[in-house]
Write a protein that binds this ligand. Structure first.
Ligand code: TXA
Ligand code: MG
Length: 314
């Protein structure tokens, strides 16, 4: 791990690391972000691994320009008005993913939506521009610890788990962005922040309330259970039964799809949602059997997600 002051040189180095699938912590106006290329599943898996998150929560994808959003998500008039008014700035918009969205399904934790924001910080902007990639970036701290507003907080919390920390001084806002869900007719605030519901309503009209929209409003922890495959899932299966698809892990000849033939948990995490989706095909299978996944490191988050997906449907 190295900590470098923000400069043309450190930004060029950071962009190179990101394009190579590595992780770079960088300042935004809210908190420091732990950035990875959102289009590389294994880079996104490394983010979860570095944070030590026991489950996969969907991550915010950061863009350098409003124009980048069109390639990732379906936009509407509400989005255009909010971006015009509040971007760059501490507002994150949850939008429907485009069918051909190049971001890994892991950033959406298997949901059909994607959270996007344009940070208001010259270092974040320049890093995004130089890497040319949308960057997934949760707060750059270990799971369950306070969010970092200075480079030294990142170094203390993540140490060697991040390839480079770009020091841009203290964050101005110090609190994570407001998150608004625009995937439904009624826009709903999912996470409050410095941009308030009143300010947002002044631009797009009345918001839905979380209580009135129990299916829209999900706390981060619940969100991961939003998408469950239509077919029943059977875990810790050594082999498939007749009619089942087999989602393998490690060397096996019989897998319909293999999360990682070389038993690499990071690769498995990157493949998890896309492969569950691909096998969730009632015209071909009656169920999906999943190979045992070691419960170590990022395997804990993979198993957490599999157990939620396999849990009885309510
Ligand atoms: O200020 C911030 O937003 C910071 C800086 C680094 O930009 N980033 C940040 O990211 O806080 P993260 O990934 O820790 O926050 C993600 C939040 C969570 O509350 C998550 O539930 C929500 O956004 N979220 C992400 N994707 C979502 C989705 N597809 N649908 C609903 N909520 C989503
Ligand atoms: Mg956080």
């Amino acid at each position: 791990m190295s900590v470098l002051p923000a400069s043309a040189l450190s930004l060029a180095r950071g962009a190179e690391i990101l394009r190579g699938g590595g992780l770079v912590a960088f300042p935004t106006e809210t908190v420091y972000g732990l950035g990875g290329d959102a289009t590389q599943g294994q880079a996104v898996a490394r983010i979860f691994e570095a944070k030590g998150r026991p489950s996969f929560n969907p991550l915010i994808v950061h863009v350098a320009e409003v124009s980048w959003v069109a390639g990732l998500a379906e936009t509407d008039a509400r989005f255009a008005k909010l971006a015009e008014k509040f971007w760059p700035g501490p507002l994150t918009c949850v939008l429907k993913r485009r069918a051909d969205c190049p971001a890994s399904e892991l950033v959406s934790a298997g949901l059909d939506s994607i959270a996007i924001r344009m940070p208001d910080h010259p270092v974040a902007h320049e890093l995004l521009r130089a890497s040319g990639r949308p960057l997934a970036a949760p707060s750059a701290n270990a799971s369950g610890t306070v969010s970092p507003t200075r480079a030294e907080h990142v170094a203390q919390s993540l140490g060697d788990k991040v390839d480079l920390i770009i020091d841009g001084g203290a964050c101005r806002v110090g609190l994570e962005s407001t998150v608004i869900d625009l995937t439904q007719d009624q826009a709903v605030i999912l996470r409050p922040g410095v941009i308030t519901a009143e300010e947002i309503a002044a631009v797009i009209g009345p918001l839905g309330s979380a209580e009135a929209n129990p299916t829209t409003f999900k706390s981060p922890g619940q969100l991961a259970s939003h998408y469950a495959p239509g077919l029943p899932l059977r875990l810790n299966a050594a082999i498939a039964k007749a009619g089942e698809a087999y989602l393998g892990f490690g060397p096996t000849a019989d897998a319909s799809l293999n999360l990682s033939a070389k038993a690499d948990l990071r690769e498995a995490a990157a493949n998890l949602f896309a492969m569950m989706r691909a096998l969730d095909d009632a015209t071909r299978y009656q169920g999906i059997a999943v190979a045992p996944i070691p419960a170590t490191g990022i395997g804990t988050a993979i198993n957490d997600r599999l157990e939620r997906a396999a849990a009885p449907r309510s």
